[in-house]
Design a protein around this ligand. Structure first.
Ligand SMILES: C[S@@+](CC[C@H](N)C(=O)[O-])C[C@H]1O[C@@H](n2cnc3c(N)ncnc32)[C@H](O)[C@@H]1O
Length: 233
């Protein structure tokens, strides 16, 4: 799990998402009390898309961010990329599935030429990648000059009065929900562990600036446990 490193960790993550793919969407709605779709809509607003723009939704999984873009911006060209074919297989069967161009893609070695996309979204990717600077470098490469990057991820519980409750939910609540709903407590033990070890929103913003992104900003949600970062190439 989070003790794994490098390629072993990447293989673990890929395999885990293939296994939970069929219960992934319902688990998201329950875990976040239905808030997750609101954060995805916020991502699309920050991507500032126009009709005809090319969007790459990286780590698209079952496609929820790409679908939100198609709903909010008619005429957008939505590409999905993920290394879990099992997740994308579930997304392809959704009503908007045929409108997304699905691609098997490793976030650290994207199968697209430089300067292909007007915007790139990635929800719950960066916590999982084994090399964050390389991930940002690839995102920078495939964006056109002036292109927008918008990412959503969980953040370590902030040091405030709610911290013990949040840590309790992460440690006991999520694995229990994972067992009951997704039939897999392992995956939902990985989620809290990787969240607690992940970068704070400030640290992530600093890494985006180091990768060369401009105008990096972020907003937190759900008592500081989720963050959306946005920036420009
Ligand atoms: C938690 S899911 C998020 C799916 C979707 N973005 C959403 O908002 O529901 C994380 C996704 O990231 C993908 N992923 C993780 N590491 C990746 C990598 N290195 N390259 C491509 N996809 C990756 C997983 O396969 C999984 O589908």
């Amino acid at each position: 799990m989070t003790s794994l490193q490098g390629k072993e960790r990447a293989a673990y993550v890929q395999n885990m998402f293939d296994r939970i793919a069929f219960r992934y969407n319902i688990m998201n709605r329950v875990m976040t009390a239905g808030q997750d779709m609101k954060w995805r809509r916020f991502m699309i607003e920050k991507a500032r898309l126009s009709s005809g723009d090319r969007l790459l939704d990286l780590a698209t999984g079952t496609g929820d961010v790409a679908f939100e873009a198609l709903r909010m911006v008619p005429g957008v060209q939505a590409f999905g990329g993920d290394f879990s074919l099992g997740m994308m297989f579930v997304g392809q069967k959704e009503p908007l599935g045929p409108q997304v161009r699905w691609n098997g893609a490793d976030a650290l070695n994207l199968p697209f030429p430089a300067e292909t996309f007007d915007a790139l979204t990635a929800a719950y990717l960066m916590r999982n990648v084994i090399d964050i600077p390389r991930g940002f470098a690839e995102q920078m490469r495939v964006l056109k000059p002036g292109g927008r990057l918008v990412i959503l991820d969980t953040s370590p519980p902030p040091n405030n009065i709610l911290r013990p409750f949040i840590v309790g939910y992460l440690k006991y609540g999520l694995p229990l929900l994972g067992r009951l709903i997704a039939g897999n407590s392992d995956a939902y033990t990985y989620l809290p562990e990787s969240t607690q070890k992940f970068k704070t929103p400030d640290q992530l913003a600093a890494l985006m600036r180091e990768a060369g992104f401009r105008n990096v900003q972020y907003k937190t949600f759900m008592f500081g446990t989720m963050a959306v970062h946005w920036a420009e190439k």
